[in-house]
Ligand binder design. Structure first.
Ligand code: SF4
Length: 340
């Protein structure tokens, strides 16, 4: 059960002593359940076509940017470069366009990706159950889908047009994916859209619901903070570093087994400071389509703040006595003939 008034009290408590106590408890729990391991992954943007108008995003359909998507030869090039850096776990991303980055287009990309990587996750437009089944068959083992905000009124205001406007369809996406047999599901909120404490509580409730209905899924949570896009005038609600860290700590204490992801949206200093709390980090990331081989001119979805290479992140982890993990999971059906 989620005790909402307690969460509220902890997240709004500004005393330094409470903060330190929370950090210590969360670090201990992380160490207890995950040891000193951090999994590394890299995002790979296949295309930036999007049919939604989200006021906070650089890929929004109303934002005048050159649109593109990678062809097969370019997919191979990008994946080859990433795998040579040691990356084994990729997150395939697109805008949300059923037309330009359709299920078939993504299926083809996943088939190519599986030639390079044992772990392939997707962050794409929400799909139907049988479409997720097709992608799982092609080699997808993880899905990232964020509700962005659980405040229905704000959700409706910031998602001006497109399929994403349908709050319920998005909310039910983790269920459709789990029903299709998705091995791991990452849920989250975009911090800065709505009052953060209420959104965190709603996310926790959503996760508890999923755990109850689909206990076999491996869950993780993400709390990306909005990075304002230069030529768009959306101004997010400020979420301080302290509140951000407190949210991560509370997540860890309430959900000891759940993975916590940290992207390169965050500054190097805060990423380094949170090593004892998170379980998965992106490294050497680009948010540009074709960004690893500079195939295309274009604009990123958002600017990243940690530009360190995979090699540098690995060295950092080793220097701080953490074990970098490149392969979290491997599908054995290829060797045994059985889907495991
Ligand atoms: S947040 Fe996603 S759906 Fe919205 S505009 Fe950006 S890419 Fe498209």
């Amino acid at each position: 059960m989620i005790v909402t008034d307690q969460i509220h009290r902890i997240l709004t408590d500004s005393r330094e002593a409470t903060f330190e106590k929370l950090k210590k408890q969360a670090s201990d729990v992380t160490r207890q359940y995950f040891g000193r391991t951090i999994s590394l992954y890299a995002p790979l943007y296949l295309g930036n076509y999007c049919e939604n108008n989200c006021v906070y995003c650089g890929f929004s359909s109303h934002h005048k940017i050159p649109r593109t998507r990678l062809n097969d030869a370019e997919l191979h090039k990008e994946m080859n470069v990433l795998s040579k850096q040691g990356i084994q776990n990729i997150l395939i991303l697109t805008g949300e366009s059923d037309r330009m980055t359709s299920v078939n287009y993504i299926k083809n990309a996943v088939t190519i990706a599986r030639q390079y990587f044992p772990n392939v996750s997707i962050e794409i437009q929400p799909l139907l159950t049988d479409e997720y089944s097709q992608l799982i068959k092609a080699g997808v083992d993880g899905l990232a889908v964020y509700q962005e905000t659980y405040d229905r009124e704000i959700y409706d205001t910031v998602h001006v047009s497109g399929k994403k406007k349908d709050y319920n369809y998005r909310y039910e996406t983790p269920e459709r994916a789990a029903h299709a047999g998705m091995r791991s599901i990452s849920m989250g909120i975009l911090l800065g859209l709505a009052p953060p404490v209420e959104d965190v509580i709603a996310l926790f409730q959503h996760l508890r619901f999923m755990e109850k209905i689909y206990p076999g899924v491996e869950y993780s949570l993400s709390f990306p903070r909005i990075v304002p896009v230069e030529d768009m005038d959306y101004q997010p609600i400020k979420v301080s570093d302290d509140l951000f860290v407190k949210i991560i700590c509370l997540t860890r204490i309430l959900f000891p087994r759940v993975g916590i992801n940290l992207s390169t949206r965050e500054q190097p200093a805060i990423r380094d400071d949170m090593l004892s709390l998170v379980t998965r980090m992106s490294a050497g990331s680009s948010t540009l389509v074709g960004g690893y081989t500079h195939i295309r001119e274009g604009e990123p979805q958002f600017d990243i703040h940690d530009h360190r290479s995979v090699k540098e992140i690995v060295q950092l982890l080793k220097d701080k006595n953490y074990d970098p993990v490149f392969t979290e999971w491997r599908c054995l059906h290829e060797v045994s003939g059985l889907r495991v």
